[in-house]
Design a protein around this ligand. Structure first.
Ligand code: SF4
Ligand code: SF4
Length: 365
């Protein structure tokens, strides 16, 4: 379906739901829907990103197929959500990366692996396959300055593209910046993000991967989310050790960067594997099948970042260190390069939708 057809389908479904209102206690989407009488494109873009795909409204719906109304809210909103990410993406010329995301991730991963393996092979003393230990061992494979330059450029580029995407979200959903940046609205949304409130399904959990209520999806998301934060904290601690304390990596097992990195890496790996298992078992009826490749590519890329990072940690004293470092850096580089053009953006736009929702609900009283 084209973006216009997806908008029309979401409008049709929301109009039926607004007359029915049976699911109004399920999540934030229905109360937000009830504040509206008509559904223009900007309203639908917002509602699509507010939906957490818990699927409660699919299994509860008396108008779902085979009923002639054929209401399928999770699928209609998920498909629309995918196209909104493409519309929000900046610079515009890269928005096509959302369409063939699996291929883009594979190509970026392979190209980065080739570059870093070649780079390591050419710059490392005594080749890639050689044991090295002691302070600065990693920099004897890929020089420190080069590593810093490449990853600073990639991280800054990703941050700039995500910030531009966020402003595009505000414009295309009719959200005022003054309301969006109000501390009270931000705080309320932050609470919803940290708790993943709308994956609780009113306390019973999501209907995922099938019609039974379960908390698994929420817990696995928490493992990935908090694992990601711990891994980020590990990188920050390592930068502090290196630039402020003058202690270059690798660090001992009982140091802050290693403990945070190990804990975060294991939590993320467990969460990502669990989410992949749930995806393999899920009911396909309420799913947006066209978005499946992007979801698997995102989980796969994050797993590659974690897997190579953990292997590097465990085998850093062996001759495999050079190859593992090159592969880990390649996975991280591909992750940063595609960060604004893949499934990662669901976190950004869902947070933005939750802030808009906090603003609307505080006005509605
Ligand atoms: S999903 Fe079905 S039951 Fe729920 S509000 Fe919409 S039409 Fe009514
Ligand atoms: S799938 Fe869940 S979050 Fe999305 S609209 Fe239905 S009940 Fe709400």
């Amino acid at each position: 379906m084209s973006a216009d057809e997806l908008l029309r389908e979401a409008e049709r479904v929301m109009t039926i739901c607004n007359a029915c209102r049976y699911c109004e206690g399920f999540c934030a989407v229905f109360p937000a829907m009830e504040l509206r009488r008509t559904f223009a494109a900007e309203e639908l873009r917002y509602l699509a990103n507010l939906c957490h795909n818990c699927r409660g409204c699919w299994y509860a719906c008396q108008y779902a197929p085979p009923h002639e109304f054929a209401v399928n809210v999770p699928r209609a909103l998920a498909a629309l959500r995918r196209t909104t990410w493409q519309e929000f993406a900046r610079p515009k010329r890269f928005s096509g990366l959302f369409r063939r995301n699996g291929l883009a991730v594979l190509a970026a991963g392979l190209a980065a692996a080739a570059v870093f393996l070649l780079w390591g092979a050419l710059s490392a003393e005594s080749g890639l396959w050689a044991a090295r230990s002691g302070a600065g061992a990693f920099y004897r494979v890929i020089p420190y300055g080069a590593m810093l330059g490449v990853f600073s450029a990639l991280a800054l580029g990703a941050l700039a593209a995500l910030a531009a995407g966020l402003f595009s979200f505000l414009r295309q959903t009719g959200t005022k910046a003054s309301e969006f940046f109000a501390p009270g609205h931000q705080l309320r949304a932050l609470k919803d993000v940290l708790r993943l409130t709308y994956l609780e399904g009113g306390g019973h959990g999501c209907n995922y991967p099938d019609e039974r209520f379960r908390h698994g999806r929420r817990r696995l998301h928490h493992l990935v989310f908090y694992g990601f934060l711990a891994a980020f904290a590990s990188t920050t601690a390592a930068a502090f050790y290196d630039h402020v304390l003058g202690l270059p990596a690798p660090y001992p097992w009982l140091s802050l960067p290693v403990l945070l990195g190990l804990g975060g890496g294991l939590a993320m790996t467990a969460g990502l594997c669990g989410l992949m298992v749930l995806k393999a078992r899920m009911d396909h009826e309420p799913a947006d099948e066209e978005g499946r490749g992007m979801e698997l590519a995102f989980l796969g890329l994050l797993l590659a970042v974690n897997g190579t990072g953990l292997l590097l940690l465990f085998l850093r004293e062996t001759a495999a260190m050079g190859v593992l470092l090159a592969l880990h850096l390649a996975a991280v580089a591909a992750f940063f390069a595609l960060l604004p053009y893949g499934k990662f953006v669901h976190a950004l736009y869902r947070w933005a939708a939750l802030v808009k929702n906090a603003s609307e609900q505080s006005k509605a009283g």
